[in-house]
Design a protein around this ligand. Structure first.
Ligand SMILES: [Zn+2]
Length: 239
């Protein structure tokens, strides 16, 4: 005896609901896992940025300390030469020493401006380090949240798979053997076996159904398989 197509269609509509809930839970899991991975990569990038800026900051600080020592030594030497100049009566020697002092003063000016530049540079790099560390902490917080989200989504997938296994088995029992076999085959291929009618087209592959068929599917009167992707096509929930 042929099973009434409406009974078969009703069972398939219920199956579609289970498949949709599972697909939604699995995509939420994939989304959270992707977010967790992205934020982990972002945190690693911020770490690398902080390290690089930290190294540059240390180099600038080392350069600054070297200039500061040189400035100190140069100031002492200049002081001694200026003292010497005061007591010098020989005009030629006086001029030679004056020129030497002027040259040293120019060098001191140059060293001082270099020292200031290095100090500015160290400040800038220090800001960069702080910024990168802050970015790293934010990424880490988001990674933690995504990890919790992924764990919850994973639990939901497990629970749904467990819950719907019983329901799906019951629904498969209601189906004629050939339909049940076909559904199982499509499901083991990892995809959907039952999809919704979407604007007169198959909701799985978007191939258009013949108009008369689409109307019958919409009313739940006809068991239809998409000619293109071979999924069963059923109407949307009536509520
Ligand atoms: Zn299709």
């Amino acid at each position: 005896m042929e099973t009434d197509p409406r009974i078969v269609v009703n069972a398939l509509v219920e199956l579609a609901g289970h498949e949709e809930a599972l697909a939604e839970a699995r995509s939420a899991l994939a989304r959270e896992s992707r977010q967790r991975r992205n934020q982990r990569e972002l945190a690693a990038e911020y770490d690398a940025d902080a390290d690089a800026a930290g190294t540059q900051m240390q180099e600038a600080e080392t350069g600054f300390r070297a200039r500061a020592r040189e400035i100190h030594d140069l100031e002492e030497a200049l002081g001694a030469k200026r003292d010497l100049l005061v007591g010098l009566v020989d005009r030629r020697q006086h001029r030679a020493l004056s020129e030497e002092i002027t040259a040293l003063e120019r060098r001191l000016d140059r060293l001082e401006s270099e020292a200031y530049e290095l100090l500015d540079e160290a400040d800038e790099r220090s800001d960069e380090v702080a910024e990168a560390k802050q970015g790293g902490r934010r990424a880490e917080d988001r990674r933690t949240a995504a990890a919790a989200g992924a764990a919850a989504a994973g639990d939901r997938v497990d629970a749904l798979e467990h819950e719907s296994a019983v329901e799906i088995a019951r629904l498969l029992d209601l189906l004629p053997p050939d339909v049940a076999r076909h559904v199982k085959r499509l499901q083991t291929r990892g995809g959907r076996a039952v999809v919704r009618l979407e604007g007169g087209a198959c909701g799985g592959c978007f191939a258009l159904l013949p108009p008369q068929q689409a109307i019958a599917v919409d009313k739940g009167r006809l068991l239809v398989r998409c000619a293109s992707c071979s999924c069963y096509v059923v109407h949307k929930p009536w509520y």
